[in-house]
Design a protein around this ligand. Structure first.
Ligand SMILES: [Zn+2]
Length: 276
């Protein structure tokens, strides 16, 4: 089919039908153009209107109804989002799509600055729960970029290192990661300080081992539960537990366990196995 331009005449006709009680679905079907071409043409001819009138109680409708307040700054996008029960981002997106210029984005920078109290509240949350500035602001329902930037500059100002809490308090088995800047090591791994909640001792452990579930507590505690990974010194092959090794070698489990626990090493067919 040759590319036909949607003329003003056709566009006007479509727009009129859109404004009538007809279903848009039916209108679209009557024309040999796809939806986006029709919409583009309507926009090009300045005839594009959103069909919010049909759903005055829908979110889009509600946002559009607040056009004046949003533009005058009587209500912020955040406040409106709370009122109608949607995310602040949705308000901003719908507003933008409908040509509503939010007061608070027009006056960005001139808008009331984020108070130190608010920033401190975010940092307190971060300190208590771990995570990032973004995750903390989101958790407190303050997740917008302006606040996040303000919190970051406030943190710098008071010398608060947000990096210390990035992985803090995450649990892996018995391990609980303690606050502290993860120390980069090897290619893509980090060493972190973690407390073994089984006995309360603190160790420096590799984050990837925790995440992979290889290390689930300190050696002493794991010894108690019998789930200690074992590694072959020669081949570097690892086994999740003494049980796994005993199955692999077809060697009696109890004998293997006692040797490893008493001597810290188990030798078999020219290979040595140690706790990993
Ligand atoms: Zn322990």
């Amino acid at each position: 089919m040759a590319k036909t331009k949607i003329t003003l005449e056709i566009a006007t006709e479509i727009a009129a039908r859109f404004n009538s009680a007809e279903k848009r679905e039916d209108v679209y079907k009557d024309y040999p153009f796809n939806r986006s071409s029709i919409q583009h043409a309507l926009k090009r001819h300045g005839l594009f209107k959103l069909k919010n009138k049909k759903h005055p109680n829908g979110l889009v409708g509600q946002i559009i109804q607040h056009k004046e307040e949003l533009e005058s700054g009587a209500i912020s996008g955040l406040q409106l989002s709370k009122e109608i029960g949607c995310t602040p981002v949705y308000v901003t997106t719908v507003a933008k799509r409908n040509g509503i210029v939010l007061y608070y984005s027009k006056h960005r920078g001139k808008a009331k600055s984020v108070s130190d109290e608010t920033c401190q509240m975010v940092l307190d949350h971060l300190k208590e729960n771990g995570g990032t500035v973004n995750s903390s602001t989101r958790a407190l329902g303050l997740g917008n970029q302006r606040i996040q930037q303000a919190v970051r500059s406030y943190a710098r100002r008071i010398g608060f290192d947000t990096q210390e809490y990035r992985v803090a308090y995450q649990d892996y088995g018995l391990w609980k990661i303690l606050p502290g800047v993860p120390e980069k090591c090897y290619v893509a791994d980090y060493r972190v300080e973690a407390e073994c909640t089984g006995c309360g001792t603190v160790h420096r452990v590799l984050l990837c081992n925790l995440r992979a579930g290889v290390s689930r507590g300190c050696l002493d505690c794991r010894r108690g539960s019998g789930n200690i990974p074992v590694i072959c010194k020669e081949t570097q092959a690892t086994y999740k537990s003494i049980r796994d090794l005993s199955i692999d070698l077809d060697y009696p489990y109890q004998k293997l366990r006692l040797t490893l626990q008493n001597q810290g090493v188990f030798e078999h067919l020219g290979r040595t196995y140690i706790f990993n």
